[in-house]
Ligand binder design. Structure first.
Ligand SMILES: Cc1cc2nc3c(=O)[nH]c(=O)nc-3n(C[C@H](O)[C@H](O)[C@H](O)COP(=O)(O)OP(=O)(O)OC[C@H]3O[C@@H](n4cnc5c(N)ncnc54)[C@H](O)[C@@H]3O)c2cc1C
Length: 387
């Protein structure tokens, strides 16, 4: 290890969704042309380690990377199944690798932005700057953006329940035409709930290829074999597929919590992405919610305000809080909550609500579709316990 500390104006830790969106935005803004910027990741980001889906109205800034989209979705549960035309929304999919390559290409054109593949071992906020130690080097900066996430950041407290959206996905290929490639199965709750909130998510790419994901909103991970068994049963019994090949797999765990991750920010270290609490607590969707925050962060940097005053909390945080309280205490009730929403309200209203684009009147109308006693009880508990 070199013993000379190298100073940068900005250091971004993690070249994932948040780190790369931030680095790309900086590379496209001439304001940062004279700043030295370091992007660090322990990984070279050359594998397709995930697929991102999100809904959007009309055209969007990731359209050049979208490899598949759907204009129809299906919701299913025991005794209820419905297809929805989601216009004016489209459900879009971006492959992780396409996103990484695109952003890294932009960044490589800028001589002031350096991407280094090094594992960060520690970050300390010293009085005058933050000090970052990797296996090779120490770096310092007054503005560090950290996207390294760990459940320890939220699990040390009990005020806000910490659930996980955890899933195993198999991209499968069949020898027959079995999928409707125009329709994504958003949630299929017809699978055994076993005391949790469990559903299948199916993204068909063609009539014989799809990503089938077994997803839970619950506190603890399952043994790997249980995800596999559920996928096998669903593919053979529900989808009636006898022969298939697993082409790719993806496993993920995304935090679902209203814990204010901003508590971990300090004078020189600002947390971004999942580590900054940017994953929507009630759904785990983080890609678009991250994309929407980056322009605010860029504006904040350009106005040279202190990092630790930048907060994104709004009234939607309270809706997320109550839903997570309900799911944490009544984990088996997720299927009835989501079925009630899909029975009574349109997916357009759901997307607007989750995208935080609704008026207060629309929000009350939306929330009214949920099982009332569960929500009112948990709201009262929060109010009475002032938690
Ligand atoms: C499999 C999967 C599928 C998902 N699908 C969706 C989806 O469809 N839609 C959606 O909205 N959200 C989805 N998410 C949630 C969320 O969008 C992603 O997790 C997203 O990648 C979060 O971005 P991030 O920058 O916070 O973290 P990441 O993208 O995970 O980036 C963090 C980076 O930090 C690096 N790093 C970690 N530790 C170190 C270290 N010690 N030193 C150096 N570098 C380090 C990692 O290598 C990584 O590149 C998914 C998540 C997963 C895991």
């Amino acid at each position: 290890m070199s013993n000379q500390t190298i100073h940068y104006d900005y250091i971004i830790i993690g070249a994932g969704a948040a780190g790369l969106m931030l680095a790309k935005a900086m590379s496209l803004d001439s304001f940062f042309d004279r700043s030295s910027i370091l992007l660090l990741d322990k990984d070279s980001k050359t594998t397709n380690d995930r697929t991102w889906c999100f809904w959007e109205k009309g055209k969007g800034s990731f359209d050049h990377l979208v490899s598949k989209d759907w204009k129809h979705i299906q919701f299913a549960a025991k005794g209820f199944s419905k297809d929805y035309d989601i216009a004016p929304f489209t459900y879009k999919m971006v492959k992780g690798l396409d996103f990484y390559e695109d952003a890294l290409n932009y960044i490589s054109t800028k001589s002031n932005i350096h991407f280094k593949i090094e594992e960060v071992l520690s970050i300390e906020d010293k009085n005058e700057f933050a000090l970052i130690t990797t296996q090779n080097q120490t770096y310092s900066s007054k503005k560090v953006f950290n996207s390294m996430f760990s459940y320890d950041m939220a699990n040390h407290q009990t005020k806000y329940p910490v659930l996980q959206q955890h899933f195993l996905g198999w991209k499968i290929k069949t020898d027959q035409s079995v999928f409707d490639k125009n329709k994504a199965t958003f949630m299929d709750f017809s699978v055994p709930q076993k005391g949790n909130t469990r559903f299948m998510y199916v993204l068909p790419f063609s009539d014989n290829e799809a990503l089938v994901e077994y997803t839970l909103f619950s506190k603890d991970l399952l043994p790997k074999a249980e995800y596999k068994a559920a996928l096998t049963t669903y593919i053979s019994e529900n989808l009636q597929i006898k022969n298939f090949e697993i082409v790719e797999t993806e496993f993920g765990s995304i935090p679902m919590t209203c814990y204010p991750f901003s508590k971990n920010n300090s004078r020189h270290i600002y947390h971004i992405g999942t580590a900054g609490g940017w994953a929507k607590p009630s759904t785990g969707y983080a890609f678009m919610s991250t994309a929407r925050k980056i322009p605010f962060l860029i504006h904040h940097l350009k106005t040279n305000k202190p990092l630790n005053i930048l907060e994104f909390k709004n009234r939607f945080w309270y809706y997320d809080l109550i839903l997570l309280d309900v799911l944490a205490k009544n984990n088996s009730q997720g299927h009835s909550i989501f079925t009630s929403i899909f029975r009574k309200r349109s997916p357009q209203l759901l997307f607007n609500f989750l995208g935080e684009n609704t008026s207060l009147r629309e929000e009350l109308y939306f929330v009214w579709s949920c099982p009332k006693w569960l929500f009112i009880k948990n709201l009262l508990i929060r109010i009475l316990h002032k938690k």
